[in-house]
Design a protein around this ligand. Structure first.
Ligand SMILES: [Zn+2]
Ligand SMILES: [Zn+2]
Length: 362
Protein backbone atom coordinates (compact mmCIF):
# COMPACT_ATOMS: atom_id res chain seq x y z
CA UNK A 1 0.00 0.00 0.00
CA UNK A 2 2.85 2.34 0.82
CA UNK A 3 4.03 2.34 -2.77
CA UNK A 4 0.77 3.88 -3.97
CA UNK A 5 0.50 6.56 -1.29
CA UNK A 6 1.12 9.85 -3.04
CA UNK A 7 3.47 11.59 -0.65
CA UNK A 8 5.62 8.53 0.00
CA UNK A 9 8.55 9.75 -1.99
CA UNK A 10 11.56 9.32 0.28
CA UNK A 11 13.63 6.27 -0.63
CA UNK A 12 15.00 4.34 2.33
CA UNK A 13 17.36 1.40 2.63
CA UNK A 14 16.30 -1.14 5.18
CA UNK A 15 16.02 -4.81 5.98
CA UNK A 16 12.84 -6.85 5.69
CA UNK A 17 11.40 -10.33 5.97
CA UNK A 18 9.43 -11.36 2.87
CA UNK A 19 7.80 -14.62 3.97
CA UNK A 20 7.31 -16.88 6.96
CA UNK A 21 10.89 -18.16 6.76
CA UNK A 22 11.54 -14.91 8.58
CA UNK A 23 14.80 -14.41 6.73
CA UNK A 24 15.85 -10.77 6.81
CA UNK A 25 17.34 -9.33 3.61
CA UNK A 26 18.12 -5.81 2.37
CA UNK A 27 15.02 -4.01 1.15
CA UNK A 28 14.52 -0.58 -0.37
CA UNK A 29 11.19 1.15 0.18
CA UNK A 30 9.49 4.56 0.44
CA UNK A 31 8.58 6.65 3.42
CA UNK A 32 6.29 9.69 3.53
CA UNK A 33 7.59 13.23 3.18
CA UNK A 34 8.21 15.01 6.45
CA UNK A 35 4.84 16.63 7.28
CA UNK A 36 4.23 19.71 9.49
CA UNK A 37 4.02 17.60 12.67
CA UNK A 38 6.72 15.13 11.67
CA UNK A 39 10.36 14.71 12.41
CA UNK A 40 12.73 12.74 10.21
CA UNK A 41 15.31 10.67 12.06
CA UNK A 42 18.56 9.19 10.82
CA UNK A 43 18.51 5.86 12.65
CA UNK A 44 21.75 4.92 14.36
CA UNK A 45 20.71 1.85 16.34
CA UNK A 46 17.76 -0.49 16.60
CA UNK A 47 17.23 -3.20 19.19
CA UNK A 48 16.08 -6.70 18.23
CA UNK A 49 12.98 -7.50 20.27
CA UNK A 50 11.50 -11.00 20.39
CA UNK A 51 8.35 -9.50 18.88
CA UNK A 52 10.35 -8.79 15.71
CA UNK A 53 10.87 -12.54 15.28
CA UNK A 54 7.16 -13.28 15.83
CA UNK A 55 6.32 -10.83 13.03
CA UNK A 56 9.16 -11.84 10.71
CA UNK A 57 8.00 -15.47 10.88
CA UNK A 58 4.28 -14.61 10.96
CA UNK A 59 3.89 -16.54 14.20
CA UNK A 60 0.83 -14.53 15.20
CA UNK A 61 -0.71 -14.86 11.71
CA UNK A 62 -1.04 -11.08 11.19
CA UNK A 63 2.12 -10.17 9.30
CA UNK A 64 1.81 -8.02 6.17
CA UNK A 65 4.87 -8.83 4.05
CA UNK A 66 7.33 -7.41 3.40
CA UNK A 67 7.77 -6.48 7.04
CA UNK A 68 10.55 -4.16 8.19
CA UNK A 69 10.74 -4.91 11.93
CA UNK A 70 12.21 -2.78 14.70
CA UNK A 71 10.61 -0.71 17.45
CA UNK A 72 13.58 0.20 19.60
CA UNK A 73 15.25 2.87 17.50
CA UNK A 74 17.57 5.70 18.42
CA UNK A 75 18.95 8.32 16.10
CA UNK A 76 19.46 11.95 15.24
CA UNK A 77 16.86 14.34 13.90
CA UNK A 78 17.57 15.54 10.38
CA UNK A 79 14.32 17.38 9.55
CA UNK A 80 11.52 19.00 11.55
CA UNK A 81 8.08 20.10 10.35
CA UNK A 82 6.73 23.64 10.83
CA UNK A 83 4.62 22.72 13.85
CA UNK A 84 7.44 20.98 15.69
CA UNK A 85 8.63 22.96 18.72
CA UNK A 86 9.95 20.24 21.03
CA UNK A 87 12.69 18.97 18.72
CA UNK A 88 15.35 20.49 16.51
CA UNK A 89 17.79 19.19 13.92
CA UNK A 90 20.64 17.32 15.60
CA UNK A 91 18.65 16.22 18.67
CA UNK A 92 19.26 12.69 19.91
CA UNK A 93 15.92 10.94 20.03
CA UNK A 94 14.21 7.59 20.24
CA UNK A 95 11.06 6.03 18.83
CA UNK A 96 9.42 2.94 20.30
CA UNK A 97 6.37 0.91 19.38
CA UNK A 98 3.82 3.61 18.58
CA UNK A 99 3.32 5.12 15.10
CA UNK A 100 -0.23 6.44 15.39
CA UNK A 101 -3.21 6.60 17.75
CA UNK A 102 -6.71 8.11 17.46
CA UNK A 103 -5.81 11.28 19.45
CA UNK A 104 -9.43 11.61 20.66
CA UNK A 105 -10.18 8.79 23.09
CA UNK A 106 -9.90 9.04 26.87
CA UNK A 107 -6.54 7.25 26.79
CA UNK A 108 -5.03 9.47 24.09
CA UNK A 109 -6.21 12.54 25.99
CA UNK A 110 -4.73 11.22 29.23
CA UNK A 111 -1.23 10.45 27.85
CA UNK A 112 -2.03 6.73 27.96
CA UNK A 113 -2.11 6.39 24.19
CA UNK A 114 -0.60 2.92 24.53
CA UNK A 115 -4.14 1.80 25.50
CA UNK A 116 -5.84 3.53 22.55
CA UNK A 117 -8.04 1.05 20.72
CA UNK A 118 -6.76 2.38 17.41
CA UNK A 119 -3.10 2.12 18.34
CA UNK A 120 -0.96 1.46 15.27
CA UNK A 121 2.51 0.07 15.75
CA UNK A 122 5.78 1.34 14.27
CA UNK A 123 5.80 -1.62 11.93
CA UNK A 124 3.08 -3.82 10.49
CA UNK A 125 0.60 -1.09 11.45
CA UNK A 126 -1.62 1.14 9.30
CA UNK A 127 -0.72 4.80 9.46
CA UNK A 128 -3.28 7.63 9.26
CA UNK A 129 -2.71 7.91 5.48
CA UNK A 130 -3.49 4.23 4.93
CA UNK A 131 0.09 3.15 4.37
CA UNK A 132 1.64 0.17 6.11
CA UNK A 133 4.25 1.17 8.67
CA UNK A 134 7.85 0.06 8.37
CA UNK A 135 10.06 -0.11 11.46
CA UNK A 136 13.55 0.65 12.62
CA UNK A 137 15.55 -1.93 10.67
CA UNK A 138 16.18 0.92 8.25
CA UNK A 139 18.38 3.96 7.84
CA UNK A 140 15.69 6.59 8.24
CA UNK A 141 12.35 7.02 9.97
CA UNK A 142 9.58 9.61 9.79
CA UNK A 143 7.53 9.98 12.96
CA UNK A 144 4.83 12.27 14.19
CA UNK A 145 6.49 14.34 16.93
CA UNK A 146 3.98 13.01 19.50
CA UNK A 147 5.64 9.60 19.49
CA UNK A 148 9.26 10.72 19.81
CA UNK A 149 11.28 11.07 23.02
CA UNK A 150 14.55 12.80 23.83
CA UNK A 151 17.49 10.59 24.77
CA UNK A 152 19.45 12.11 27.67
CA UNK A 153 22.92 13.32 26.71
CA UNK A 154 24.56 10.98 29.23
CA UNK A 155 23.16 7.77 27.71
CA UNK A 156 24.90 5.86 24.91
CA UNK A 157 22.64 5.62 21.88
CA UNK A 158 23.17 1.89 21.38
CA UNK A 159 22.46 0.70 24.93
CA UNK A 160 19.56 3.16 25.24
CA UNK A 161 17.70 1.73 22.23
CA UNK A 162 16.11 -1.28 23.99
CA UNK A 163 14.72 1.01 26.69
CA UNK A 164 12.10 2.03 24.10
CA UNK A 165 10.34 -1.33 24.27
CA UNK A 166 11.96 -3.61 26.87
CA UNK A 167 12.62 -0.72 29.26
CA UNK A 168 9.21 0.92 29.14
CA UNK A 169 7.50 -2.48 29.34
CA UNK A 170 8.98 -3.11 32.79
CA UNK A 171 8.92 0.52 33.93
CA UNK A 172 5.17 1.17 33.78
CA UNK A 173 4.06 -1.71 36.04
CA UNK A 174 6.42 -0.36 38.71
CA UNK A 175 5.20 3.18 38.17
CA UNK A 176 1.57 2.01 38.38
CA UNK A 177 2.17 0.61 41.83
CA UNK A 178 4.02 3.68 43.05
CA UNK A 179 7.34 1.84 43.24
CA UNK A 180 9.36 4.67 41.70
CA UNK A 181 9.24 6.88 44.74
CA UNK A 182 8.49 4.55 47.64
CA UNK A 183 11.73 2.63 48.31
CA UNK A 184 12.16 -0.36 50.58
CA UNK A 185 9.67 -2.77 49.03
CA UNK A 186 10.35 -6.43 48.31
CA UNK A 187 10.27 -6.82 44.54
CA UNK A 188 10.51 -10.08 42.60
CA UNK A 189 11.51 -10.42 38.97
CA UNK A 190 10.72 -13.68 37.17
CA UNK A 191 13.09 -14.40 34.27
CA UNK A 192 16.42 -12.76 33.60
CA UNK A 193 16.32 -11.87 29.91
CA UNK A 194 15.89 -8.68 27.89
CA UNK A 195 13.01 -7.48 30.07
CA UNK A 196 14.04 -9.00 33.39
CA UNK A 197 17.55 -7.59 33.55
CA UNK A 198 16.24 -4.03 33.14
CA UNK A 199 13.51 -4.67 35.70
CA UNK A 200 16.24 -5.60 38.19
CA UNK A 201 18.18 -2.42 37.39
CA UNK A 202 15.08 -0.22 37.79
CA UNK A 203 13.99 -1.86 41.04
CA UNK A 204 17.48 -1.46 42.52
CA UNK A 205 17.74 2.16 41.36
CA UNK A 206 14.38 2.89 43.00
CA UNK A 207 15.67 1.49 46.29
CA UNK A 208 13.97 -1.88 46.55
CA UNK A 209 15.09 -5.27 47.81
CA UNK A 210 15.18 -7.39 44.66
CA UNK A 211 14.72 -11.14 44.30
CA UNK A 212 15.31 -12.81 40.95
CA UNK A 213 13.26 -15.95 40.32
CA UNK A 214 14.71 -18.10 37.57
CA UNK A 215 14.69 -21.70 36.35
CA UNK A 216 18.46 -21.72 35.94
CA UNK A 217 20.63 -21.77 39.07
CA UNK A 218 23.55 -20.79 36.86
CA UNK A 219 22.23 -17.23 36.64
CA UNK A 220 22.60 -16.53 40.35
CA UNK A 221 26.07 -15.00 40.24
CA UNK A 222 25.15 -12.86 37.32
CA UNK A 223 21.91 -11.67 38.91
CA UNK A 224 23.68 -10.69 42.10
CA UNK A 225 27.12 -9.56 40.97
CA UNK A 226 26.41 -8.00 37.62
CA UNK A 227 22.91 -6.67 38.15
CA UNK A 228 22.89 -6.12 41.90
CA UNK A 229 19.98 -8.41 42.87
CA UNK A 230 19.77 -9.17 46.60
CA UNK A 231 18.29 -12.67 46.50
CA UNK A 232 17.92 -15.47 44.01
CA UNK A 233 15.32 -18.23 43.97
CA UNK A 234 15.53 -21.25 41.67
CA UNK A 235 11.91 -21.72 40.68
CA UNK A 236 12.36 -25.46 40.07
CA UNK A 237 13.49 -25.94 43.68
CA UNK A 238 10.23 -26.46 45.58
CA UNK A 239 12.01 -26.18 48.92
CA UNK A 240 13.28 -22.70 48.05
CA UNK A 241 9.89 -21.66 46.71
CA UNK A 242 8.21 -22.97 49.88
CA UNK A 243 10.54 -21.14 52.25
CA UNK A 244 10.00 -17.85 50.40
CA UNK A 245 6.19 -17.90 50.54
CA UNK A 246 4.53 -14.58 51.39
CA UNK A 247 7.76 -12.59 51.20
CA UNK A 248 7.29 -10.25 48.23
CA UNK A 249 5.16 -7.12 47.77
CA UNK A 250 5.28 -7.15 44.00
CA UNK A 251 6.43 -9.56 41.30
CA UNK A 252 6.99 -8.87 37.64
CA UNK A 253 6.78 -11.95 35.43
CA UNK A 254 8.77 -11.38 32.23
CA UNK A 255 8.79 -14.98 30.97
CA UNK A 256 7.16 -15.65 27.62
CA UNK A 257 7.65 -19.43 27.73
CA UNK A 258 4.88 -21.61 29.12
CA UNK A 259 5.11 -21.82 32.93
CA UNK A 260 2.96 -22.20 36.08
CA UNK A 261 2.13 -19.01 37.92
CA UNK A 262 0.53 -20.67 40.97
CA UNK A 263 3.82 -21.17 42.84
CA UNK A 264 4.88 -17.63 41.86
CA UNK A 265 1.66 -16.20 43.31
CA UNK A 266 2.44 -17.95 46.59
CA UNK A 267 5.62 -15.87 46.89
CA UNK A 268 3.50 -12.71 47.20
CA UNK A 269 2.47 -11.27 50.53
CA UNK A 270 -1.25 -10.90 51.22
CA UNK A 271 -2.52 -8.13 48.91
CA UNK A 272 0.54 -8.45 46.67
CA UNK A 273 0.45 -7.88 42.91
CA UNK A 274 1.77 -10.02 40.08
CA UNK A 275 2.32 -8.08 36.89
CA UNK A 276 2.45 -10.12 33.68
CA UNK A 277 4.55 -8.62 30.89
CA UNK A 278 5.74 -11.79 29.16
CA UNK A 279 3.29 -13.21 26.65
CA UNK A 280 3.15 -17.02 26.49
CA UNK A 281 1.32 -18.15 23.37
CA UNK A 282 -1.14 -20.42 25.20
CA UNK A 283 -3.49 -19.10 27.92
CA UNK A 284 -1.98 -18.85 31.40
CA UNK A 285 -3.42 -21.21 34.00
CA UNK A 286 -4.59 -19.09 36.90
CA UNK A 287 -5.18 -21.18 40.06
CA UNK A 288 -7.84 -19.66 42.30
CA UNK A 289 -6.54 -20.71 45.74
CA UNK A 290 -3.40 -18.57 45.91
CA UNK A 291 -5.48 -15.65 44.61
CA UNK A 292 -8.26 -16.06 47.15
CA UNK A 293 -6.18 -16.98 50.19
CA UNK A 294 -3.79 -14.12 49.63
CA UNK A 295 -6.17 -11.47 48.25
CA UNK A 296 -3.66 -11.16 45.44
CA UNK A 297 -3.96 -9.30 42.15
CA UNK A 298 -2.78 -10.35 38.69
CA UNK A 299 -2.38 -7.50 36.20
CA UNK A 300 -1.20 -7.06 32.64
CA UNK A 301 0.54 -4.10 31.07
CA UNK A 302 1.67 -3.09 27.59
CA UNK A 303 4.58 -0.68 26.95
CA UNK A 304 3.75 2.86 28.14
CA UNK A 305 2.50 6.25 27.06
CA UNK A 306 4.94 8.67 25.48
CA UNK A 307 4.97 10.98 28.50
CA UNK A 308 5.96 8.13 30.79
CA UNK A 309 8.46 6.88 28.23
CA UNK A 310 10.15 10.28 28.46
CA UNK A 311 9.98 10.11 32.26
CA UNK A 312 11.64 6.70 32.14
CA UNK A 313 14.36 7.99 29.78
CA UNK A 314 15.07 10.91 32.10
CA UNK A 315 15.30 8.59 35.09
CA UNK A 316 17.64 6.33 33.11
CA UNK A 317 19.78 9.40 32.48
CA UNK A 318 19.72 10.26 36.18
CA UNK A 319 20.54 6.75 37.42
CA UNK A 320 22.68 5.85 34.43
CA UNK A 321 20.54 2.85 33.53
CA UNK A 322 20.97 1.25 30.13
CA UNK A 323 20.53 -2.22 28.73
CA UNK A 324 23.31 -4.77 28.59
CA UNK A 325 23.71 -5.26 24.88
CA UNK A 326 25.60 -7.01 22.12
CA UNK A 327 25.95 -4.85 19.01
CA UNK A 328 25.60 -6.58 15.62
CA UNK A 329 25.88 -5.40 12.02
CA UNK A 330 22.85 -5.50 9.71
CA UNK A 331 24.16 -8.57 7.83
CA UNK A 332 24.22 -10.42 11.17
CA UNK A 333 20.51 -9.91 11.96
CA UNK A 334 19.47 -13.45 10.98
CA UNK A 335 22.20 -15.00 13.06
CA UNK A 336 21.32 -12.75 16.01
CA UNK A 337 17.65 -13.77 15.74
CA UNK A 338 18.62 -17.44 15.81
CA UNK A 339 20.69 -16.84 18.92
CA UNK A 340 17.86 -14.86 20.52
CA UNK A 341 15.52 -17.81 19.98
CA UNK A 342 18.07 -19.94 21.90
CA UNK A 343 18.27 -17.26 24.65
CA UNK A 344 21.92 -16.89 23.75
CA UNK A 345 22.35 -13.18 24.43
CA UNK A 346 23.19 -11.04 27.45
CA UNK A 347 20.67 -9.39 27.21
CA UNK A 348 19.68 -7.60 24.03
CA UNK A 349 20.98 -7.46 20.47
CA UNK A 350 21.20 -3.98 19.01
CA UNK A 351 21.76 -3.45 15.29
CA UNK A 352 24.38 -0.87 14.36
CA UNK A 353 22.22 0.56 11.58
CA UNK A 354 24.50 3.46 10.66
CA UNK A 355 27.60 1.26 10.92
CA UNK A 356 29.65 3.96 12.53
CA UNK A 357 33.32 3.40 13.03
CA UNK A 358 34.49 2.12 16.42
CA UNK A 359 35.00 4.83 19.06
CA UNK A 360 32.53 7.10 17.37
CA UNK A 361 30.61 8.87 20.09
CA UNK A 362 27.08 8.78 18.75
ZN1 LIG B 1 9.48 -5.04 21.69
ZN1 LIG C 1 -7.05 7.01 21.22
Amino acid sequence: MAQTTSNHTQTVSGWAAHDSSGKITPYTFKRRENGPDDVTIEILYCGICHTDIHYAKNEWGITMYPVVPGHEMTGVITKVGNNVKKFKIGDKVGVGCIAATCLNCEFCKDSQENYCENLQFSYNGIFWDGSITYGGYSKMFVSDQRYVVHIPESLPMDAAAPLLCAGITVFTPMKDLGLIDSPGKKVGVVGLGGLGHIAVKFAKAFGHHVTVISTSASKEQEAKKRLGADEFIVSKDSQQMQSNKRTLDFIMDTVSAQHCIGPILELLKVNGTLSIVGAPEKPIQLPSFPLIFGKRTVKGSIIGGIQETQQMMDLCGKYNITCDIEVVKPHEINHAMERLIQNDVRYRFVIDIAQNKPNSNV
